[in-house]
Every structure is written in C-alpha cells, then in structure tokens.
Design a protein around this ligand. Sequence first.
Ligand code: GLA
Length: 387
Amino acid sequence: MSLIESCVAEYVSRFGTQPAFVVRAPGRVNLIGEHTDYNDGFVMPLAIDRHTVIALSPLDNDRMMLHSVEHAEQLDVDLNTLTRDKMSWREYPKGVAKALQDAGYALTGWQGVTTCDVPMGAGLSSSASYELAIARAFAVTSGFPWDPAKMARLGQKAENEWVGVNCGIMDQMISASGREGHAMLIDCRDLATRAVPLPDDTAIVILDTATRRGLVDSAYNERRQQCEAASAFFGVKMLRDVSLETFEARAETLDPIVRQRTRHVITENARTEEAAKAMEQGDAERLGQLMNASHDSLRDDFEVTNDELNTIVNIAREQSGCLGARMTGAGFGGCAVALVRSKKLDKFINSVCDTYTTKTALSPNIYTCKASEGAHEVVLHESVIAS
Ligand code: GLA
C-alpha cells in the first residue's frame, strides 16, 4: 500500500467517511549551497519523493483535530486559543496555524490523519515537510491560494518562534516550491527560484551515515554568529554582500576562524551559481567537481563535517561512476549526497554500503531519490477511494 493509500485507509477507519482532500509536502536534499541560506545567499536543493501526507476534511467549527500515525496520538485544539505546550509533534501544526493567523489568514477547522516517510532526524527536513503539509491543509480547507514563498516564510516562522529552532529558509522553501525532475536554485534574499534540470543518466543518491550529533543546534547557532560577526566586520547586511575581491583585500585582518567561515560562504555562493549553469549546459562532471569542492570547504573552512561524513564521502568518490559527493544539510552527522552515473548505480550502492560498514561498523541507509513537486493537493484515483 502506498503512503497515500494507507493515510486514506486510516482516515476512513477513524472517521467513517472518505477524506475531502489529501495533501502532501516533500522532504529535501540539498545538492549544493550549504550554510548560505542565513547569509542571504544561494542554495540548490531538490524536493525528494518522500513526504508528509495528510488526509483531511473541513469542519464547521474552529477545531484542528489531527491523528498522527507515527506517534499513535491525537491533537485536538481550538484555533482561537492556541498556546504553546511542552515540545512534541503537536507543536508544529499549532505553530503553523498561529503563523498563518498572525499573517491575516482566516482559518477553517479540519479533522485529519497524518503520516510521513521522510526519515526523522536524518537531515532530510521531515520538519519542514510537516510544516508545509499543514500549511497546504489550511490552504485547501480555508480556500486561500498557494504562494510558495509566503508559505515557506510562515513555516520558517513557526519553526523559529514556536518550535524554537533557528533554521534558515532553505528547507521550507524547497518543500513549498519543488519541481519534478529539477533542483531549484533559490536566491535566499528575495526567494526568487529557477528550476534547473537534473543531469541525464545520473542518479541522486542520499547516503545516511547513521550518525547523529546532539549539539547540532548550538554548533549551528555558533556558525550563524560567526557569519554575523563577519558581516559586521565588512559593514554589510549579510555575507552575501561581500565579493571575493573585498574579502581577499581584507582577509589578513580578520579573526582566523571568522576568515575561514567567510571564505566558505563566499566561495560556496559562487559554486552554487556555477553549478546551476553547469546543469543547464548538461555538464554533470562539472557539477560533480563543484559538489566535491563544496564538501572540502565545509570540512576545512566551515568545519561542520564529522569523521563518518568524511569517510562516506571519500568512499563514494572512490567508486567508478561517482561524479561527486558531499555532506548535505546542517552537517555534524546525518547525510551525504552523491551524483552517480545511472548505469553504475547498483554497484555503487553495494560497494559504499559494504566499505562503510567495514570501516565504521555502522550500517548506512542509502536512498536513491527522484526530484518531486513541492507541497500540493493530491488528486485521488478511484482505486484509492475504493480501498
Ligand atoms: C539546516 C537548516 C537550513 C540550512 C542548512 C545548512 O538544514 O535548516 O536552513 O541552514 O542547515 O545549509
């Protein structure tokens, strides 16, 4: 049974009728452009074929009633009296509802069931997919149009202010706006997007190191502060506004750590724009080289990799048919992403898995992903309705 079918089946068994709507929003993997979003820079993620799904129907009152399949628990709140509680999966829908209300949207209540196949905590943005699925659920019940940039900003606001995680805009923006078969070059200053086709005859492979680091939040916030210190030093709003020439002219007088962080952000922005051009020219090899350079910069200058990420990236790069590999997401554990020739894919997966397990005694999770649409309403086929 597909994720959509099981979500609909659960809805039918709980509420005794068919849902009026099914919506879903994807997780993401970032191809290139890491730790640039909160510097108003460029990122190029793709929405993956793993989603948060919600089957739902509007209510004629102001309640939001949601059953989570994964947590086997229920949320039941009055949309007029939303308050923060102890952190749990329930805070995300409440936070998104509040952000929508604060932005002036009049919300209609609904009842629904949610389920998700984005692995949680792996760095593939299950939280953003959940936020955008909730926003999409409100869009269909309350009848407002889907504006990806607006919805992404409100999802981010929920995460920053209600859930209390200080993320940038990338994850929400790609979950809101992804395009099938494409990565999206996103300018994180004005949220302009450009859909860039993925190279032919290649696969995007996610390599989960099976390591998680507890202090990701504090290390992430520290990187943000270092970037802010750098923009203050250069007297600009954001590091996006510093050119390579300006940086090089003044680099000597910068604090050494801040200098490294700045060099990463400036060179990563340039690599990301170049990667989009390479893809538009069908140059998969150049894209792979840029991905490799991105990892090296994240390892040496931004210092957000860990041993396992470096190990899995090195193993990936040694395989024939691998055009490039790098860590993806916040770092300090989690996933890497590799660009691999399709005809070498099976061998690549087996070899990376075996070699990584031999070297680390860990079992990696490996996913080949397709680039998918951003948050959308799913049109149900007869077969799903009958099941
Ligand atoms: C996390 C954040 C994003 C972004 C990346 C690093 O995924 O949620 O906003 O900053 O880290 O590129």
